[in-house]
Design a protein. Sequence first.
Length: 323
Amino acid sequence: MAELNTVILSDSARGLRAAAGLLRAGELVAFPTETVYGLGANARDDRAVARIFTAKGRPVFNPLIVHVPDAAMALELAEFSPAAEALAKRFWPGPLTLVLPRRPDTGLSGLATAGLDTVALRVPAHPLAHRLLEEFGGPLAAPSANPSGGVSPTTRAHVLDGLDGAIAAVLDGGACPVGLESTIVGFDRDTAVLLRPGGLPVEEIAALLGRPVDTLTTRHVTAPGQLQSHYAPRATLRLDAVGAASDEIWLGFGPVASLRPGLNLSERGDLVEAAANLFAHLRAADALAAEAGLSRIAVAPVPDSGLGLGINDRLRRAAAPRF
């Protein structure tokens, strides 16, 4: 594939019109959401969606999240149960993706749904993402804007680090405030099932529904972000470390976990701050390791509750064996 001249578009009305025009032409445009930057393509254009898989080097069996501007468009694409309607009403716009039965004749690309009879839908809360979706006027398939398996991007620079020359444009909206991908929930009849923890704590979902959210163990990829090895820096990760060895970079959490050389996800032990810092700090720790000639990152324990559930999910996937 010939290298493209990836342009940077501002958050002005002119920049939005240019971004929407590129998307209508079947090109790829990275844009900010409150979670991470997404790599957008017209979800009804097979060739455009195929370009996502080419640019990212992403397995075609891995479905994509389809972003829409509001719940009304989501209702045109999928069938909502009462529980799904309740979640959408409470948490959209926001970092929640719902996997729902796909309606017939939606025009969605089969590549976006990986041939499944379900579709993963989200209404992002980032104002620039909403403006882009309104300007475009249709659904956008948008996984994270990084090479498949790599660290997700939370700034324009992160996008360019992995995809410069492979996509048409980046719509610059600054740093993503949440910094952790969306929580993904599917349904088994009337029971909500957590498919991927993320930027919305599962405890809030359970509280709204008035019952626990189940978890699903499966060998099949039914939602984005379920591949075992994912979000990985070049250096290997050692999790639940109490300190760093001489051949490791330290990635700490909490007030007594600041060691050098290294970084701290949150010296205050704040999970919101840690989630926002996670991917940027993984990238920075990876760069420190490379500069020092080291190949490992030691990661301090992070509480496995609230946003910590999503943080630990990403860290386990980043530390998984790579095939």
